[in-house]
Design a protein around this ligand. Structure first.
Ligand SMILES: O=P(O)(O)OC[C@H]1O[C@H](OP(=O)(O)OP(=O)(O)O)[C@H](O)[C@@H]1O
Ligand SMILES: Nc1nc2[nH]cnc2c(=O)[nH]1
Ligand SMILES: [Mg+2]
Length: 171
């Protein structure tokens, strides 16, 4: 979590099963909305839903775009594009990305989505989860969570011992 994403009071942990179901639901929703020539996934979180959507929709041209918080590399603040989109993909749809599907795991403040949308203004932007601030940036998503919720993805988690309820601090 960064300054832009201060600690959130609510937690929304997502298991692999649930993520697979939600990503597949996203593919179902997208399947009724057109034909896609290529997927551009936003690394790293977009890699997993992109694989699932690509499998379901039979899309075999997959490109990545890498965006990271600048503070991970230097100072706090804005986002930095670590890897842009291949010009062959940018050229699709007359250079504006029509027919391209952009995939990410979630949209939160919308900062990442805004940068990638500028690269491919006519592409369709899809995420599995969306928070209210970022929602206007997304064309299709599956589940909305509140702005004060932090989503925990299965690739960031591991199995840990849970103390019995009777030994816990609550109750
Ligand atoms: O709407 P925003 O406020 O921009 O936040 C959303 C972005 O944040 C997360 O990626 P992160 O930059 O943490 O990198 P990662 O995908 O490599 O985990 C997430 O995967 C989205 O790409
Ligand atoms: N894992 C995770 N990364 C994020 N990046 C921005 N918001 C979130 C979130 O809720 N969960
Ligand atoms: Mg990401």
């Amino acid at each position: 979590m960064s300054d832009e994403h201060p600690p959130q009071p609510k937690a929304f942990p997502v298991s692999w099963d649930q993520f697979h179901r939600d990503a597949r639901a996203l593919a179902w929703r997208l399947s009724g909305q057109g034909e896609w020539e290529a997927i551009v996934c936003i690394t790293r979180g977009g890699l997993v839903p992109a694989a699932i959507v690509a499998r379901e929709l039979g899309i075999r041209v997959i490109e990545t775009v890498g965006v990271a918080s600048y503070h991970e590399y230097k100072e706090q603040g804005s986002l930095v594009v670590l890897k842009g989109v291949d010009p062959k993909i940018t050229a699709l749809g007359g250079g504006e990305g029509k027919g391209v599907l952009i995939i990410d795991d979630l949209v939160d403040t919308g900062s990442t989505a805004r940068i990638v949308r500028e690269m491919l203004p006519k592409a369709h932007f899809a995420t599995v989860y969306a928070k209210p601030k970022g929602r206007p940036l997304v064309d299709t998503f599956i589940t909305e969570v509140s702005q004060d919720t932090w989503i925990y993805f299965p690739w960031d988690m591991g199995l840990t011992f849970q103390p019995p309820i009777s030994k816990g601090t609550l109750g």
